[in-house]
Design a protein around this ligand. Structure first.
Ligand SMILES: C[S@@+](CC[C@H](N)C(=O)[O-])C[C@H]1O[C@@H](n2cnc3c(N)ncnc32)[C@H](O)[C@@H]1O
Length: 305
């Protein structure tokens, strides 16, 4: 099967169904294009920030810059989104984007993370499967990326994604031992400015991403958590273990989610704030390494997954 520039173009019937199934909140709030929604009502502040943002400048470079102080050349192409640098910085720390791994990118549009993933995993010929990307909005055509446009909160869309990945990695969509190495989620609903609403919307996406990860990530029985942590750094574990990365908004509820849902399921869980994240933002990323398999629900939070 030829995966170069593979892109699932949904049939108009399927597309209509997926649009109709958008949750009312997202449907009402979803902009035509996510990038332009950032301009909102404070466009001059936005423009000023864009002018001075080192990552915006670096994103749009068309050639590798020898003076790039962070050593992150853009591979000659530039990234479609500055957010690519957040994933790059996280991977510099943990090194989980390795050739040959099966990787799912949730909330992928316009495609910055997918570009960064392809750049890192396809340096060698080992890469056989594409990167699987999903978003409400169209993802840019990127060589080596298969994308689905749909609402991740829709069970049918998730099932379609699971089947696509399973078929490509020669597993079954119900394989209980898992067939995905890495799930990354940069999903974020449109912010309303109301911290309670925004926190809940972000957590809803995290719950969905975690549940998908629990159903698809390879089980990782190898690291013995205490021994492994003493003798090897987490970055060494991430290179060979299953990994879940999720963006979230800092909040008390997020702390509960981490404690009750993420920690019991992974050998290692850490919250990271990336330099490339804007300082004023409440966003952080969880990196969860070494999936232990689904645990029986012992709390309300776990039962909701
Ligand atoms: C911060 S942007 C992602 C940027 C992307 N990682 C990149 O580097 O180009 C957040 C994305 O989450 C997507 N999103 C929000 N809710 C979603 C949902 N329910 N299903 C799928 N995608 C969703 C948005 O459409 C938006 O494109």
């Amino acid at each position: 099967m030829q995966w170069a520039a593979a892109r699932l173009r949904p049939t108009s019937q399927w597309h209509a169904a997926s649009v109709a199934l958008l949750s009312p909140r997202l449907h009402a709030a979803a902009p035509v294009r996510w990038a332009s929604s950032k301009r909102g009502g404070s466009s001059s502040r936005y423009m000023q920030r864009q002018k001075t943002d080192v990552y915006v400048k670096r994103r749009s470079k068309s050639t590798i810059d020898e003076d790039d102080e962070m050593g992150m050349g853009t591979g000659g192409a530039g990234y479609v989104a500055r957010s690519a640098f957040k994933l790059i910085q996280l991977d510099d720390r943990y090194k989980f984007l390795r050739p040959g791994r099966v990787i799912v990118d949730l909330g992928a549009a316009p495609g910055g993370w997918s570009q960064a993933i392809v750049e890192r995993v396809r340096r060698s010929k080992v890469a056989k499967t594409p990167v699987f990307a999903l978003d409400l909005l169209p993802v840019a055509d990127i060589d080596g990326v298969a994308s689905i446009q749909g609402d991740f909160l829709d069970a049918k869309v998730q099932a379609q994604l699971r089947k696509l990945v399973a078929d490509a990695s020669a597993a079954t969509a119900t394989d209980e031992r898992g067939f995905v190495d890495v799930v990354v989620s940069d999903m974020m609903a449109n912010t309303t400015g109301n911290p309670i609403t925004d926190t809940e919307a972000s957590l809803e996406l995290c719950r969905a991403a975690a549940s998908f990860a629990f159903d698809t990530l390879r089980h990782d029985h190898t690291p013995k958590p205490e021994d492994a942590r003493k003798s090897r750094p987490p970055s060494a574990l991430a290179a060979s273990s299953s990994v879940l990365v999720m963006k979230y908004f800092m909040s008390h509820e997020a702390d509960v989610f981490r404690r009750e849902v993420l920690q019991p399921h992974f050998h290692f869980v850490k919250a990271e704030k990336m330099d490339a994240s804007r300082k004023e933002s409440r966003e952080q990323f969880w990196i969860c390494i070494g999936f232990k398999g689904r645990r029986p629900a012992q709390s309300q939070e776990q039962a909701e997954l």
